[in-house]
Design a protein. Sequence first.
Length: 94
Amino acid sequence: MFATNKVVFSHFMESPRFAFDTDRYFVINKSYFVPNAPVALAAVLNAKLSWFLLRTMGRVKRGGYIEAEIQNVERLPIHGNFGSELDGLATACR
């Protein structure tokens, strides 16, 4: 599962920091990942609308950080079928 391309993110964020990992790193405590994810998913998760929705679902902590818990990220209304319409977005994300 770790030896695949994946989207990784931290439990605590003050701004959208979803990254696409092609180097197949292991994640540490208080980090999450989405295995076998397309690069376009990282771009969509970093969008202002996704961040707005995540801020409304997550708990806001001191200093403006939110807890980007996996159950909240899973609830974001993102269509799972990334087709050719997102190719340009994926290219810009790299």
